[in-house]
Design a protein around this ligand. Structure first.
Ligand code: 218
Length: 195
C-alpha cells in the first residue's frame, strides 16, 4: 500500500467502527425498524474528507462489522447482501460531493458549503434507504399489518427512518461544521510515512 493511502485507510476503519458504536447508542426508536440515529455521520465526514471510494469502503466495513458482531438480520441471502453490503456501501455516494464541498469551505463560502453538505447527505442516505425500501417490499412484506400492501408498509417504515436519520445527521453535521469546518481538511496532508 502506498504511504499516501495509509492515513485515509486508517480513518476509513476508525469511522466504520465509530458508526457501529453510534448505532448501538440509544436512538429515537419509533418502531422495531424505525430507528432515527446519527450513526451515518462518521461515514459522511470521511466521505467529505477523502471522497467516494473511501466512503464506500467505510460503509462496506460498517455493514461487515454489524454482521460479525451479530447485529444483522438474515431472511434470505439476497436480502442479507443488499441490506448489509450494498445499502451501507451506498452511503459513500455522499463523497461524490467532496470537491465542491472542499472548494466552498476553502473559499470561505460557508453557507454554500453547508448547502452541498446537506445535499450530499440527502443523496448518500437516500442511496442507502432505497435498498432497504426495496428489500422491505420483497422480503419483509409478510410483517405488514393485515390489509396493508407491502409497498406501503415498506414506505412507512423505511421512508420515516430515512427522513428522520437524514434530518438528524444534517442537524449534527451542520452543528459540527459551524463550530469548526477544519474537521473537513485537518491533517489531510500529514501522511504517516512508514517507509
Ligand atoms: C419493512 C422493513 N422492515 C425491516 C427492514 C430491515 N432493515 C431496515 C432498515 C435498516 C436495516 C439495516 C440494519 O439497520 C434493515 C435490515 C426493511 N428493509 N424493511
Amino acid at each position: 500500500m502506498r504511504s499516501k493511502q495509509i492515513q485515509p485507510m486508517i480513518e476509513t476503519s476508525i469511522m466504520a467502527a465509530l458508526a457501529l458504536i453510534l448505532d448501538l447508542l440509544p436512538s429515537i426508536q419509533l418502531g422495531p425498524w424505525i430507528s432515527i440515529s446519527f450513526a451515518m455521520v462518521p461515514i459522511f465526514l470521511l466521505s467529505f474528507r477523502w471522497g467516494f471510494h473511501y466512503g464506500v469502503l467505510s460503509g462496506l466495513l460498517w455493514g461487515l462489522l454489524q454482521v460479525v458482531t451479530g447485529d444483522a438480520y438474515f431472511l434470505h441471502w439476497l436480502q442479507f447482501l443488499i441490506e448489509y453490503f450494498v445499502a451501507f456501501a451506498c452511503v459513500g455516494f455522499s463523497g461524490l460531493f467532496m470537491n465542491i464541498i472542499q472548494k466552498k469551505f476553502n473559499e470561505g463560502q460557508r453557507y454554500a458549503g453547508l448547502g452541498f453538505v446537506i445535499l450530499a447527505m440527502f443523496v448518500g442516505s437516500f442511496a442507502r434507504y432505497i435498498w432497504h425500501y426495496i428489500a422491505g417490499i420483497v422480503f419483509w412484506g409478510s410483517y405488514a399489518p393485515k390489509g396493508q400492501p407491502a409497498w406501503l408498509y415498506s414506505l412507512v417504515v423505511n421512508g420515516s427512518a430515512w427522513l428522520g436519520s437524514f434530518l438528524f445527521c444534517s442537524l449534527v453535521l451542520v452543528f459540527v461544521l459551524t463550530a469548526s469546518s477544519r474537521v473537513l481538511t485537518a491533517n489531510r496532508n500529514n501522511w504517516i510515512n512508514i517507509s
